[in-house]
Design a protein around this ligand. Structure first.
Ligand code: GLN
Length: 488
């Protein structure tokens, strides 16, 4: 029996039934983390994890997370554990407090095993730009894991732990989830406190998470959601029991998809699976129809996202100056200006510098209206289009991208003059603040690909209801690299 390949729910039952102890689980997870071949990890927390597990003598039925090992993207503050966001600029930085979500997990008894790698400062979509190099896809080490939450994906897909924290500003949880055949969730903007999550672009950022079943994702949403006085953008809206939606008979049955996106998918296997899924959903009583999203807005997704996210990042990351935390300058600096220039020049990779240039250029007084404000106008149009969509449909259902994970040498995070909307459409959920879940759909030559559901604000429950239906149809609950499954 491989206990680490269980879902949170199953692992919890094994702990309740005393088939395994929290200490044994933690040892198994540590072994797996140490031998993971994907370059998925940053700092580890082994000693503290062992200590925490040794104190657990019993797990009760209502203590779902107690004794469950997990990992956390390295852009969440973790007290006394080095946190670098996979950037040289923060090397050596040891936070003095935990992010709110880490505290919530800690209080629930979950056990943090390690921090995971990411595209530097969460800017990127490939998992190739961490200060420690490329994080590979567990299904094929010549391919990307996808980013920016590459390490968290690699960990859950490898079967090291049943769930992981990530962050999602443009698709950083939901895209890698597709490349690794697992579930990846980004809730409504404000549903979960971002206190202690390093900001990339706060108007787009969301705490996200990877797991291996709809139930586990819903249970994590229960635990992590809610108002937090330390994050004034967190919502006071009541937290529902999201797991109760999995079995509810729900009237919302209208599914829409965007034909232009399906047409632009290059991998036929993905289109075939998607069409099969639609047929099955129709047989189950769902109405599935097309929705024409204006092409100019689809083409605007990437530039709009880049201008807004880079502008916000430029401003937020101004505090990474070598003074307060992280890297120190080379010693030759004589003035404070030279000091900061030296720290920032040495601390950031070229990708980050490029994004800061895009951000600064967009925010220059003489460019602001044409770039930053126009991007905000485009964002409003995109959000309004989704408002219109939700007058006709309950769910937006789409494949996650045009293909399976690409080869490492084909991956690029450079500004593209010909952005492909089919690879950027998951960002609609960030631009409009909507909840969105990626689920596994199938495999092409043993490489996974996923399908994505997006719903209206605070309709996480609906997503999990449809998610459970899709999970039952596709049959890919709890898939890891070690469980050979088919999908549809
Ligand atoms: N791929 C997007 C980017 O490069 C998403 C990043 C994210 O969601 N953190 O910015």
């Amino acid at each position: 029996m491989n206990y680490l390949n269980l879902t949170i729910k199953e692992m919890h039952q094994a702990l309740v039934d005393k088939k395994i102890s929290a200490s044994q689980l933690v040892e198994l997870a540590i072994e797996k983390v140490q031998s993971n071949p994907c370059n998925a990890y940053e700092a580890t927390n082994f000693e503290q994890a062992r200590k925490q597990a040794s104190l657990i003598t019993e797990v009760k039925q209502d203590e779902l997370f107690k004794g469950i090992p997990y990992v956390c993207k390295d852009n969440f503050s973790t007290k006394d554990i080095e946190t670098t966001a996979s950037s040289k600029v923060l090397e050596g930085y040891i936070p003095t407090f935990d992010a709110q979500v880490v505290s919530l997990l800690n209080n629930a008894g979950a056990i943090l095993i390690a921090k995971t790698s990411l595209d530097e400062l969460a800017m990127g979509g490939t998992g190739t730009t961490s200060h420690k190099g490329v994080t590979t896809n567990p299904y094929d080490h010549t391919r990307i894991a996808g980013g920016s939450s590459c390490g968290s994906l690699a960990s859950v897909a490898s079967g090291d732990v049943p769930f992981a924290l990530g962050s999602d500003t443009g698709d950083s949880v939901r895209k890698p989830a597709s490349h690794g055949g697992v579930y990846g969730m980004k809730p409504t903007w404000g549903r979960i406190s971002r206190f202690g999550l390093f900001p990339f672009a706060p108007s787009l950022d969301a705490v996200g998470y990877f797991a291996r079943s709809t139930y586990d994702i819903a249970a994590l949403t229960n635990l992590l959601s809610g108002y937090d006085s330390k994050d004034m953008s967190s919502s006071t809206k009541e937290v529902e029991d999201y797991t109760s939606y999995l079995t509810k008979d729900i009237k919302a049955k209208r599914i829409g998809y965007i034909p232009a996106i399906i047409k632009a998918i290059t991998n036929n296997k993905i289109v075939e699976s998607f069409n099969k899924l639609i047929e099955k959903l129709k047989q189950e009583g769902y109405q599935v129809d097309t929705y024409e999203f204006p092409q100019d807005l689809l083409d605007a997704l990437y530039p709009t996202y880049m201008v807004i996210s880079c502008s916000e990042a430029t401003s937020n990351d101004a505090n990474l100056d070598g003074v307060k935390f992280g890297i120190k300058p080379d010693g030759s600096a004589k003035t404070w200006e030279e000091y900061m220039i030296s720290a920032r020049t040495r601390g950031f990779s070229s990708l980050i510098k490029r994004r800061f240039i895009i951000g600064s250029f967009s925010l220059l007084a003489e460019n602001q209206d044409e770039l930053f404000r126009n991007a905000q106008r485009a964002r409003r149009l995109i959000a309004n289009q989704m408002k219109d969509f939700f007058t006709k449909f309950d769910y937006l259902l789409l494949p996650c991208g045009r293909d399976v994970a690409c080869k490492i040498e084909e991956a690029s995070d450079k500004w593209s003059s010909k952005p492909n909307f089919v690879d950027n459409h998951l960002g609609i959920a960030n631009l409009a603040g909507l909840p969105s879940l990626t689920l596994p759909l199938g495999y092409d030559s043993n490489l996974p690909y996923g399908v994505n559901i997006t719903a209206n604000h605070f309709q996480e429950g609906l997503i999990f209801n449809l998610g459970q239906h899709i999970e039952d149809i596709v049959g890919l609950a709890n898939s890891t690299i070690e469980s050979h499954k088919e999908g549809i």
